[in-house]
Design a protein. Structure first.
Length: 245
């Protein structure tokens, strides 16, 4: 049997449709208003003098020069609204200027300040070469001049005649790759050429290391051969090492 609608129902249906449309328009208008406010706030933040950089707080600086980091950032960006600051570029500038820093994290620290948190590299040895001294980390990266707190680190002197830049760079890579057990026994290094590096150990043993390649294997072979108490060890070709004495 067909269903009939009452005489008032078409008008009620039309009213419900119109009400739905009005609610939909209200939601769109509210959303548009919120978006407009957010854009206005973003524009204010982008240009507002209330958010301009005035202060830099540096944390975690031990070997790094905290004052130099602060001054460099302010010299380049003081007065710039915080939302316009290139944080990743600032972090990279810190790394480029501070060799002792491994990571720099930049964050907002209030309406006019930045917080710079530094994670520094850890020195593992003190290299003496050509009358100068510098620190190296476990990767062989130079960390700059040592301080009083670094005097207890293993000291490694590079023999005279080893001032060639490539030879010194090879020594730095080798020292950085040495396991602590072996690194602590090194008292001197001769590097007449990048591929002719020689280590002198605390018991007088001379290790003909060769170049910086295959460092992990060379260290492993050297530690095994030291048990024989030889006078010299040649691991320049670690697959076929040679000992004397």
């Amino acid at each position: 049997m067909a269903e009939h609608t009452g005489p008032g129902e078409p008008a009620n249906l039309t009213g419900r449709i119109l009400e739905r449309r009005r609610r939909r328009w209200r939601r769109w208008l509210i959303a548009a208003g919120v978006l407009t406010v957010l854009l206005a706030l973003a524009a204010v933040a982008w240009f507002s003098p209330l958010l301009r950089l005035e202060q830099v707080r540096v944390m975690g600086a031990d070997r790094a020069d905290a004052q130099a980091v602060e001054h460099a950032i302010l010299d380049g960006y003081a007065g710039t609204p915080l939302p316009r600051l290139p944080l990743s570029r600032i972090a990279q500038d810190v790394l480029d200027a501070q060799p002792a820093v491994d990571r720099a994290e930049i964050a907002y620290a209030g309406p006019r300040a930045l917080r710079v948190t530094l994670r520094e590299k850890v020195p593992v040895a003190l290299i003496e070469s050509g009358g100068s001294e510098f620190l190296v980390d476990e990767h062989g990266s130079s960390l700059g001049e040592p301080g009083e707190e670094d005097q207890e680190l293993p000291r490694i002197g590079i023999a005279s005649g080893s001032e060639d830049g490539e030879a010194v760079a090879a020594v730095v890579r080798i020292v950085g790759a040495l396991p602590q057990e072996l690194r602590e026994r090194v008292t001197g290094i001769a590097a007449p050429a990048p591929d002719r590096v020689e280590l002198t150990l605390d018991d007088g043993t001379v290790v003909h290391w060769g170049g910086a390649e295959d460092g992990e294997l060379k260290a492993e072979v050297t530690l095994m051969l030291l048990e024989r108490e030889p006078e010299t060890i040649d691991v320049s070709r670690p697959e076929t090492p040679v000992t004397t004495g």
